[in-house]
Design a protein around this ligand. Structure first.
Ligand code: GCW
Length: 704
C-alpha cells in the first residue's frame, strides 16, 4: 500500500498550471474567517493545510474584514450589511447545514464569500471550496448554493470491542478501546475530516451484533472521548444497543420492554449517556434477527421494543433506529418476503423518534437485487435505507467495484406506491410522504489499513456513499469524476478512461458472479467465492440451492403466483410488469422466475447460453479493466500502478473461478454444451468444490 493513499481524496496536490494557481492565490490572498467556535477552527485548519500544498504559499488571516480582504468565511448573521444583501436571495434557498460560495466585486475588488446559516455550513462550504480548487474549477466565476437533502448521513461500523470488524476487509477497527479515552489517535481526526468533507454527520461506532459492555461506564468514557473529537466536525455519535443489556450489565432478570424496571433501566441509561455526551444521537438496534435478543423473547413485538427505547431517549432528543433485517428459522415462506410481512402491520405505530432501517434489497446486499418492497409501502413511519459499503458479497477489498452505480440504481427506482415518480430517493429524502426524519446509512468499509479501505478504489465507495447521502439525486458519473480528479489527477486522458472503468465495474461483478437475477450462490460463511452447490446447512434459507433452484427443467426462484408470490408485495404496476417474462427487466429475470434452460431471452439466445455468455462477459470486462489500467500507467507512480494492477490480476483470476465453477455446476442440470465464445473451464467441478478459504477475513458470525 501506498503512503499517499492515506490522504484519501484530500490530497491537495500542487497546482502546476501557473494561471490557475495565480488566480487561486489572488482569491485566497487575505482571508477573514470568523472566530465563532470549534467547528470553524477546523475549517481554518483545513485551509492552512490545503492552500500551502496546492499554491505553495502560506495563508494570511485577517482579524477583521478590511478593504484588502479577498475571502470571507462567516455565517450570514455576522456579515456586513452590503454582503448580506449580496447573498440574501441565496440564503433563503439553503437549510441549516447548507452553504453558499459566491464571488462579488466589492469596491472594485473581487471578493469571495463562503456563508451559511450555521457554523457547520461553513465547514462544509470550506471543504467544497477546496474541492473546487482540487478540480481546477473557476470558483470566482460561479455561485454554489448547496444543502444536504437528507438529515442523517450515517456510517454504520460493524466494529466489535475486540477490534475485529464483522465483514471488514481493511484491517482492524479504528477504535482503540484500550488506549481511549486518553489517547486520541490522529486517525480519529483524519476520519472525521474525511467524513465532514463529504457531509457525513453521524456514525454508529459498534456492530449491530452488539455487545452490551459498550453501555457500561468504562466504555462510555471512551465513547465520550470520540464524541468530543467528532463534534467539531459536525459528527454525532450513535451506539448499538443490545436488547438484553438490562440483564447482562444491569442485573435485572428480564429485558421485557413492558416491565417497569426494564423501562426505568433504559431511561437511566439514556440519562447517564447524555450527561457525558449531550448531543448523543441514539441507538441502532438489531433485534430478533439472526439470533440477536429482542422483544419477541418476551412475547412482545418490534413496536414494543422500539417504543420503549424511544421513550427513554426522547427527553434528550435521541433517536432509535430499528432494523428490519429479519427472517426466521421458524418461517418457511420465502425469505425475501418475511421482513415486509412482519413489519407492514406496524407502519405508523412507532413513536416519532423511531426510524426503521431497511436494507436496499429484500435478501442481503447481493451484487444486484430488486428494491426492498418496504420502500413505498411504509407510508407513515420514516424509513432509512441501509447500503453496504463494505463488499461482503462483491469481492471484499480485493475486487474493484464502484458501488455508487449500485446505490444510484436503487435510489432512482420508481416504486409506483404513490403513483408514477415515487422513487426511492424521494422516499428517503422525505419528499414523497413528508417524513420529518430522513436517513441514509452505509455499512462502512473502513479499517486500520494504511489506505483505510484495503483497495484504493474502495475509497471511492466511501466517498460516493457520502455524496449520495448528501444528495440522493447525484449522478454516479459525476461522483466518479470528482473522486478521480481529487484522488489522482485532472488530466482528461486519465480521468475519462478510468471513469469508464469504474462505471462498468459494477455490471462486471454482477456478470461474473450473479447474472440475470441469480443471487446468494456464495460459498458459505465468508461469502467470498462461488458455492452454488452448497445444500447442507442447518437452515434451508442459508443454502445457495434454495436461491437458484436449478434442476433438469431449469433455474431461478419462482416468486410469481405459482411460486412464493413475493411479487404481491410490490405496487400493482410492478407486480404486473415483473410477473410477465416479456416485460420484466432481464436483470431481474431469475430473481422472480424459474425458467427452462431453453427459454428464449430478448436477444434470441436460449437461457443456458445467455447465462454462460454473461459469465464470460464479466471476465472480459475485468480483462478490459486491466487494459485500461495499463494504459493509464504514465499518470501513476510505480506503487500506485502496481497496487491496483496486482489486485486486478486477482480479480481476473477470481472472475474466471466464478465463471468456471458456476457453469460447470449448472451444466450438470442443463446438460448443454458451453456456447461459442465461452472459454473452456481450466479445472474440473470437483476441483472448484474442494477449494476452502479458512483465511477469509471479516467473519465473526456463526449463523450462515
Ligand atoms: C451484522 O451481521 C450481518 C452478517 O454478518 C451478514 O452476513 C449479513 O449481511 O447481515 C447481517 C446483518 O446485517 O445484520
Amino acid at each position: 500500500q501506498n503512503l499517499n493513499d492515506y490522504k484519501l481524496w484530500l490530497k491537495y496536490n500542487k497546482i502546476e498550471n501557473h494561471d490557475l494557481s495565480q488566480a487561486y492565490s489572488k482569491t485566497t490572498n487575505a482571508v477573514y474567517i470568523a472566530n465563532i467556535g470549534d467547528i470553524i477552527k477546523n475549517a481554518k485548519r483545513e485551509l492552512s493545510l490545503a492552500l500551502p500544498q496546492m499554491l505553495g504559499t502560506q495563508v494570511t488571516y485577517e482579524s477583521s474584514i478590511t478593504s484588502e480582504t479577498t475571502l470571507i468565511i462567516d455565517v450570514f448573521n455576522n456579515l456586513p450589511e452590503d454582503l448580506k444583501l449580496a447573498v440574501k436571495k441565496n440564503i433563503e434557498n439553503i437549510n441549516k447545514e447548507g452553504f453558499i460560495i459566491q464571488s462579488i466585486s466589492r469596491n472594485n475588488t473581487p471578493l469571495t464569500i463562503i456563508t451559511s446559516k450555521e457554523e457547520i455550513g461553513l465547514l462544509y462550504g470550506t471543504f467544497r471550496f477546496l474541492r473546487e480548487m482540487q478540480m481546477h474549477e473557476n470558483i470566482s466565476a460561479k455561485t454554489i448554493v448547496d444543502s444536504p437533502k437528507i438529515q442523517l448521513r450515517m456510517l454504520n461500523h460493524w466494529d466489535n470491542l475486540d477490534r475485529s470488524v464483522e465483514r471488514g476487509y481493511a484491517g482492524f477497527s479504528l477504535w482503540n478501546w484500550q488506549k481511549l479515552p486518553e489517547y486520541i489517535d490522529q486517525r480519529y481526526i483524519d476520519y472525521a475530516r474525511a467524513n465532514a468533507s463529504i457531509g457525513i454527520n453521524a456514525t454508529v461506532l459498534t456492530n449491530v451484533n452488539a455487545n452490551a459492555l459498550v453501555l457500561t461506564p468504562m466504555y462510555l468514557e471512551k465513547v465520550e472521548a470520540l464524541a468530543n473529537v467528532f463534534r467539531s466536525y459536525g459528527i454525532q455519535v450513535y451506539l448499538t444497543a443490545r436488547f438484553s443489556a438490562p440483564i447482562e450489565i444491569g442485573n435485572l432478570e428480564t429485558a421485557d420492554p413492558l416491565d417497569k424496571n426494564v423501562q426505568e433501566w433504559w431511561s437511566n441509561k439514556a440519562a447517564e449517556i447524555y450527561k457525558r455526551i449531550p448531543d448523543f444521537g441514539g441507538f441502532l438496534v438489531k433485534a430478533n434477527s439472526e439470533g440477536q435478543p429482542g422483544p419477541q423473547n418476551y412475547g412482545r413485538n418490534h413496536v414494543d421494543g422500539a417504543n420503549m427505547m424511544a421513550t427513554a431517549l426522547k427527553p434528550f432528543g435521541g433517536n432509535v433506529i430499528w432494523r428490519a433485517f429479519v427472517y426466521s428459522e421458524h418461517d418457511d415462506t420465502d425469505r425475501a418476503k418475511q421482513a415486509y410481512d412482519e413489519f407492514l402491520p406496524y407502519d405508523g405505530s412507532f413513536k416519532d423518534n423511531v426510524i426503521v432501517q431497511v436494507k436496499n434489497g429484500p435478501i442481503d446486499f447481493q451484487p444486484r437485487e430488486p428494491f426492498h418492497p418496504m420502500f413505498g409501502a411504509y407510508k407513515k413511519t420514516p424509513l432509512a435505507i441501509e447500503f453496504q459499503i463494505t463488499q461482503e458479497y462483491l469481492g471484499f477489498s480485493t475486487h474493484l467495484v464502484f458501488l455508487p452505480k449500485l446505490f444510484e440504481e436503487i435510489l432512482d427506482i420508481d416504486t409506483y406506491q404513490k403513483g408514477t415518480g415515487s422513487t426511492i430517493a424521494k422516499i428517503i429524502d422525505g419528499s414523497l410522504y413528508g417524513n420529518k426524519l430522513t436517513t441514509m446509512a452505509g455499512v462502512t468499509n473502513i479499517g486500520t489499513d494504511l489506505n483505510w479501505t484495503g483497495h484504493p478504489f474502495a475509497q471511492a465507495n466511501w466517498y460516493g456513499f457520502g455524496r449520495l447521502a448528501w444528495d440522493p439525486n447525484l449522478n454516479s458519473g459525476q461522483i466518479a469524476d470528482e473522486w478521480i480528479r481529487t484522488t489522482y489527477t485532472n488530466d482528461k486522458a486519465f480521468v475519462e478512461p478510468i471513469k469508464k472503468m469504474m462505471l462498468t465495474s459494477r455490471e462486471a461483478v454482477v456478470n461474473y458472479m450473479n447474472p440475470l437475477g441469480l443471487h446468494h450462490i456464495f460459498d458459505t460463511g465468508h461469502h467470498y467465492g462461488p458455492g452454488p452447490w452448497v445444500d447442507d446447512l442447518g437452515r434451508p434459507d442459508w443454502n445457495p440451492v434454495y436461491y437458484h433452484n436449478a434442476d433438469k427443467n431449469g433455474i431461478g426462484f419462482d416468486r410469481t403466483t405459482s411460486g412464493s408470490n413475493a411479487l404481491e408485495q410490490y405496487a400493482p404496476f410492478l407486480e404486473k410488469a415483473y410477473s410477465n417474462t416479456n416485460t420484466i427487466p432481464e436483470e431481474y429475470l431469475l430473481w422472480f422466475h424459474h425458467l427452462p434452460w431453453d427459454y428464449k431471452l430478448n436477444n434470441g439466445e436460449i437461457l443456458w447460453d445467455g447465462i454462460a455468455l454473461k459469465y464470460q462477459e464479466g471476465v472480459d470486462q475485468v480483462d478490459d479493466m486491466i487494459k485500461t489500467w495499463e494504459a493509464a500507467k504514465p499518470f501513476l507512480n510505480e506503487e500506485q500502478f502496481n497496487e491496483v494492477h496486482m489486485l486486478l490480476q486477482i480479480q481476473l483470476k477470481e472472475a474466471k473461478w466464478w465463471r468456471d465453477a458456476c457453469l460447470l455446476y449448472f451444466q450438470t442440470f442443463s446438460n448443454l454444451p458451453l456456447p461459442k465464445g465461452v472459454e473452456k473451464p481450466a479445472h474440473s467441478l470437483e476441483y472448484y468444490q474442494s477449494l476452502k478459504f479458512p483465511f477469509a477475513p471479516g467473519i465473526k458470525p456463526s449463523w450462515n
